[in-house]
Design a binder for this molecule. Structure first.
Ligand code: SAM
Length: 231
Protein backbone atom coordinates (compact mmCIF):
# COMPACT_ATOMS: atom_id res chain seq x y z
CA UNK A 1 0.00 0.00 0.00
CA UNK A 2 1.33 3.43 -0.88
CA UNK A 3 0.84 6.43 1.39
CA UNK A 4 1.56 9.88 0.03
CA UNK A 5 2.03 12.61 2.64
CA UNK A 6 1.82 16.19 1.41
CA UNK A 7 3.42 18.32 4.07
CA UNK A 8 5.51 21.37 4.87
CA UNK A 9 7.51 19.30 7.37
CA UNK A 10 8.71 16.15 5.56
CA UNK A 11 11.12 15.09 8.32
CA UNK A 12 8.25 14.62 10.77
CA UNK A 13 6.86 11.92 8.48
CA UNK A 14 10.20 10.35 7.58
CA UNK A 15 11.14 10.01 11.25
CA UNK A 16 8.06 7.90 11.93
CA UNK A 17 8.75 5.43 9.13
CA UNK A 18 12.37 5.06 10.26
CA UNK A 19 11.45 3.15 13.44
CA UNK A 20 9.80 -0.02 14.70
CA UNK A 21 7.02 -1.85 12.86
CA UNK A 22 6.50 0.85 10.22
CA UNK A 23 10.18 0.70 9.31
CA UNK A 24 9.87 -3.06 8.85
CA UNK A 25 6.64 -2.62 6.88
CA UNK A 26 8.53 -0.35 4.46
CA UNK A 27 11.48 -2.72 4.23
CA UNK A 28 9.23 -5.69 3.47
CA UNK A 29 7.41 -3.73 0.76
CA UNK A 30 4.02 -3.94 2.52
CA UNK A 31 4.07 -0.14 2.88
CA UNK A 32 5.54 2.51 0.62
CA UNK A 33 5.62 5.91 2.38
CA UNK A 34 6.23 8.79 -0.02
CA UNK A 35 6.70 12.29 1.26
CA UNK A 36 6.02 15.33 -0.89
CA UNK A 37 7.18 18.73 0.31
CA UNK A 38 4.49 21.27 -0.61
CA UNK A 39 7.17 23.99 -0.47
CA UNK A 40 8.75 22.49 -3.62
CA UNK A 41 5.63 23.69 -5.48
CA UNK A 42 5.75 27.28 -4.24
CA UNK A 43 6.90 29.04 -7.45
CA UNK A 44 8.13 32.19 -5.70
CA UNK A 45 11.57 33.39 -4.66
CA UNK A 46 11.26 32.57 -0.96
CA UNK A 47 9.26 29.33 -1.39
CA UNK A 48 6.41 30.92 0.49
CA UNK A 49 3.29 28.79 0.77
CA UNK A 50 1.17 30.74 3.27
CA UNK A 51 -0.52 34.11 3.27
CA UNK A 52 -2.79 36.31 5.37
CA UNK A 53 -6.45 35.28 5.63
CA UNK A 54 -8.94 37.28 3.56
CA UNK A 55 -11.27 39.02 5.95
CA UNK A 56 -8.55 39.39 8.57
CA UNK A 57 -7.98 37.44 11.74
CA UNK A 58 -5.14 35.66 13.45
CA UNK A 59 -2.63 33.35 11.77
CA UNK A 60 -1.77 32.41 8.23
CA UNK A 61 -3.48 30.21 5.66
CA UNK A 62 -1.82 27.72 3.30
CA UNK A 63 -2.33 29.05 -0.22
CA UNK A 64 -4.25 26.94 -2.75
CA UNK A 65 -1.89 26.97 -5.80
CA UNK A 66 1.12 25.12 -4.29
CA UNK A 67 -1.20 22.62 -2.58
CA UNK A 68 -3.01 21.94 -5.86
CA UNK A 69 0.24 21.56 -7.78
CA UNK A 70 1.62 19.19 -5.13
CA UNK A 71 -1.48 16.98 -5.20
CA UNK A 72 -1.56 16.92 -9.00
CA UNK A 73 2.10 15.95 -9.18
CA UNK A 74 1.09 12.45 -8.05
CA UNK A 75 0.61 10.20 -11.07
CA UNK A 76 -2.88 8.66 -11.04
CA UNK A 77 -4.10 10.78 -8.13
CA UNK A 78 -7.58 11.07 -9.71
CA UNK A 79 -8.21 7.44 -8.72
CA UNK A 80 -6.93 7.80 -5.14
CA UNK A 81 -8.65 8.96 -1.97
CA UNK A 82 -7.24 12.37 -1.07
CA UNK A 83 -7.70 12.80 2.65
CA UNK A 84 -7.68 16.17 4.33
CA UNK A 85 -6.67 16.15 8.00
CA UNK A 86 -9.01 18.54 9.79
CA UNK A 87 -10.70 19.06 13.16
CA UNK A 88 -13.86 19.53 11.08
CA UNK A 89 -13.52 16.11 9.45
CA UNK A 90 -15.48 12.96 10.11
CA UNK A 91 -14.20 11.17 13.25
CA UNK A 92 -11.55 8.60 12.28
CA UNK A 93 -12.28 5.21 13.86
CA UNK A 94 -11.13 1.61 13.58
CA UNK A 95 -13.80 1.11 10.91
CA UNK A 96 -12.24 3.85 8.76
CA UNK A 97 -8.75 2.40 9.41
CA UNK A 98 -9.83 -0.98 8.06
CA UNK A 99 -11.50 0.63 5.04
CA UNK A 100 -8.33 2.63 4.28
CA UNK A 101 -6.27 -0.56 4.39
CA UNK A 102 -8.30 -1.86 1.44
CA UNK A 103 -7.06 1.01 -0.77
CA UNK A 104 -3.99 0.61 -2.96
CA UNK A 105 -2.86 4.21 -2.46
CA UNK A 106 -3.95 7.02 -0.18
CA UNK A 107 -2.96 10.68 -0.21
CA UNK A 108 -2.86 12.64 3.06
CA UNK A 109 -2.96 16.40 2.98
CA UNK A 110 -1.35 17.82 6.12
CA UNK A 111 -2.55 21.32 6.95
CA UNK A 112 -0.62 23.79 9.06
CA UNK A 113 -1.11 27.29 10.49
CA UNK A 114 -4.84 28.10 10.31
CA UNK A 115 -5.42 25.46 7.65
CA UNK A 116 -5.65 25.30 3.86
CA UNK A 117 -7.47 27.65 1.45
CA UNK A 118 -10.94 26.12 1.06
CA UNK A 119 -10.70 26.22 -2.74
CA UNK A 120 -7.86 23.70 -2.73
CA UNK A 121 -9.84 21.43 -0.41
CA UNK A 122 -12.95 21.67 -2.58
CA UNK A 123 -10.94 20.93 -5.75
CA UNK A 124 -9.03 17.82 -4.72
CA UNK A 125 -10.07 16.40 -1.36
CA UNK A 126 -12.34 13.34 -1.41
CA UNK A 127 -12.81 13.06 2.39
CA UNK A 128 -11.78 14.84 5.58
CA UNK A 129 -11.02 13.10 8.85
CA UNK A 130 -10.46 14.34 12.37
CA UNK A 131 -8.54 12.23 14.88
CA UNK A 132 -10.32 13.79 17.87
CA UNK A 133 -11.98 16.83 19.36
CA UNK A 134 -8.85 18.87 19.97
CA UNK A 135 -6.66 21.09 17.79
CA UNK A 136 -3.16 20.04 16.73
CA UNK A 137 -0.56 22.42 15.33
CA UNK A 138 -0.46 20.47 12.08
CA UNK A 139 -1.93 17.55 10.17
CA UNK A 140 1.26 15.45 10.21
CA UNK A 141 0.45 13.66 13.46
CA UNK A 142 -3.12 13.09 12.33
CA UNK A 143 -1.99 11.64 8.98
CA UNK A 144 0.52 9.38 10.74
CA UNK A 145 -2.15 8.17 13.16
CA UNK A 146 -4.39 7.22 10.25
CA UNK A 147 -1.61 5.61 8.20
CA UNK A 148 -0.40 3.60 11.19
CA UNK A 149 -3.90 2.44 12.11
CA UNK A 150 -4.52 1.36 8.49
CA UNK A 151 -1.11 -0.27 7.91
CA UNK A 152 -1.59 -2.64 10.86
CA UNK A 153 -4.34 -4.32 8.82
CA UNK A 154 -2.08 -5.11 5.86
CA UNK A 155 -0.88 -8.68 5.52
CA UNK A 156 2.58 -9.19 7.02
CA UNK A 157 2.77 -5.90 8.92
CA UNK A 158 2.05 -7.42 12.34
CA UNK A 159 3.89 -10.61 13.15
CA UNK A 160 0.76 -12.31 14.39
CA UNK A 161 -2.53 -11.62 12.64
CA UNK A 162 -4.46 -13.12 15.59
CA UNK A 163 -3.49 -10.07 17.63
CA UNK A 164 -5.70 -7.99 15.31
CA UNK A 165 -8.76 -10.17 15.87
CA UNK A 166 -8.62 -9.71 19.67
CA UNK A 167 -7.78 -6.04 19.83
CA UNK A 168 -9.82 -3.18 21.20
CA UNK A 169 -12.80 -2.09 19.06
CA UNK A 170 -13.20 -5.52 17.47
CA UNK A 171 -16.87 -6.38 18.12
CA UNK A 172 -17.21 -3.02 19.92
CA UNK A 173 -15.27 -4.21 22.97
CA UNK A 174 -12.04 -3.01 24.56
CA UNK A 175 -9.26 -5.52 24.96
CA UNK A 176 -8.75 -7.48 28.21
CA UNK A 177 -5.70 -6.61 30.37
CA UNK A 178 -2.33 -8.09 29.37
CA UNK A 179 0.42 -9.47 31.63
CA UNK A 180 3.96 -10.75 31.11
CA UNK A 181 6.84 -11.99 33.30
CA UNK A 182 7.64 -11.71 36.15
CA UNK A 183 4.70 -13.47 37.80
CA UNK A 184 4.71 -11.04 40.75
CA UNK A 185 5.33 -7.28 40.55
CA UNK A 186 5.46 -5.32 43.83
CA UNK A 187 3.37 -8.00 45.50
CA UNK A 188 0.73 -8.10 42.73
CA UNK A 189 0.28 -11.52 41.12
CA UNK A 190 -0.80 -12.37 37.61
CA UNK A 191 -4.45 -13.54 37.61
CA UNK A 192 -4.08 -17.29 38.35
CA UNK A 193 -6.29 -18.34 35.41
CA UNK A 194 -3.60 -17.10 32.99
CA UNK A 195 -1.14 -19.61 34.48
CA UNK A 196 -3.65 -22.49 34.40
CA UNK A 197 -2.91 -23.64 30.86
CA UNK A 198 -6.68 -24.11 30.43
CA UNK A 199 -7.35 -22.32 27.13
CA UNK A 200 -11.13 -22.40 27.40
CA UNK A 201 -11.03 -20.81 30.86
CA UNK A 202 -8.49 -18.22 29.73
CA UNK A 203 -10.69 -17.30 26.78
CA UNK A 204 -13.77 -17.01 29.00
CA UNK A 205 -11.87 -14.87 31.57
CA UNK A 206 -10.58 -12.57 28.84
CA UNK A 207 -14.07 -12.12 27.43
CA UNK A 208 -15.47 -11.30 30.87
CA UNK A 209 -12.66 -8.78 31.42
CA UNK A 210 -13.35 -7.20 28.01
CA UNK A 211 -17.01 -6.80 28.94
CA UNK A 212 -16.19 -5.41 32.38
CA UNK A 213 -13.65 -2.89 31.09
CA UNK A 214 -15.83 -1.74 28.22
CA UNK A 215 -18.84 -1.21 30.47
CA UNK A 216 -16.70 0.70 32.97
CA UNK A 217 -14.56 2.82 30.62
CA UNK A 218 -16.65 3.15 27.48
CA UNK A 219 -20.37 2.82 28.26
CA UNK A 220 -21.15 4.16 24.76
CA UNK A 221 -19.27 1.25 23.14
CA UNK A 222 -20.79 -1.23 25.59
CA UNK A 223 -24.28 -0.10 24.65
CA UNK A 224 -23.39 -0.60 20.97
CA UNK A 225 -22.07 -4.08 21.75
CA UNK A 226 -25.32 -5.00 23.57
CA UNK A 227 -27.44 -3.69 20.69
CA UNK A 228 -25.41 -5.77 18.19
CA UNK A 229 -25.81 -8.87 20.36
CA UNK A 230 -29.62 -8.50 20.14
CA UNK A 231 -29.53 -8.59 16.31
N1 SAM B 1 -7.96 26.82 12.42
C1 SAM B 1 -8.27 25.45 12.44
C2 SAM B 1 -9.55 25.21 13.22
O1 SAM B 1 -9.84 25.97 14.16
O2 SAM B 1 -10.26 24.24 12.91
C3 SAM B 1 -7.17 24.64 13.11
C4 SAM B 1 -5.94 24.56 12.27
S1 SAM B 1 -4.74 23.55 13.02
C5 SAM B 1 -3.85 24.69 13.98
C6 SAM B 1 -3.63 23.19 11.69
C7 SAM B 1 -3.84 21.89 11.01
O3 SAM B 1 -3.69 20.82 11.92
C8 SAM B 1 -5.20 21.66 10.37
O4 SAM B 1 -5.30 22.27 9.12
C9 SAM B 1 -5.24 20.14 10.26
O5 SAM B 1 -4.55 19.69 9.12
C10 SAM B 1 -4.47 19.71 11.50
N2 SAM B 1 -5.33 19.30 12.62
C11 SAM B 1 -5.50 19.97 13.77
N3 SAM B 1 -6.30 19.31 14.60
C12 SAM B 1 -6.66 18.18 13.99
C13 SAM B 1 -7.49 17.07 14.34
N4 SAM B 1 -8.13 17.04 15.49
N5 SAM B 1 -7.62 16.07 13.44
C14 SAM B 1 -7.00 16.11 12.24
N6 SAM B 1 -6.19 17.13 11.85
C15 SAM B 1 -6.02 18.15 12.71
Amino acid sequence: MTFYFLTLFPDMIRAYFAESLMKRACESGAVDARVIDIRDFAENKHNRVDDYPYGGGAGMVMAAPPVLRAVRSIAGVEAMPVINTSPAGRPFTQKEAKALAREESVVFLCGHYEGIDQRAIDAVVTRSYSIGDYVLTGGELAALVMADAAARHLPGVLGNSESLAEESFENDLLEYPQYTRPETVEGVHVPPVLLSGNHAEIKAWRHRESLRLTEEKRPDLYEKYLQNQKR
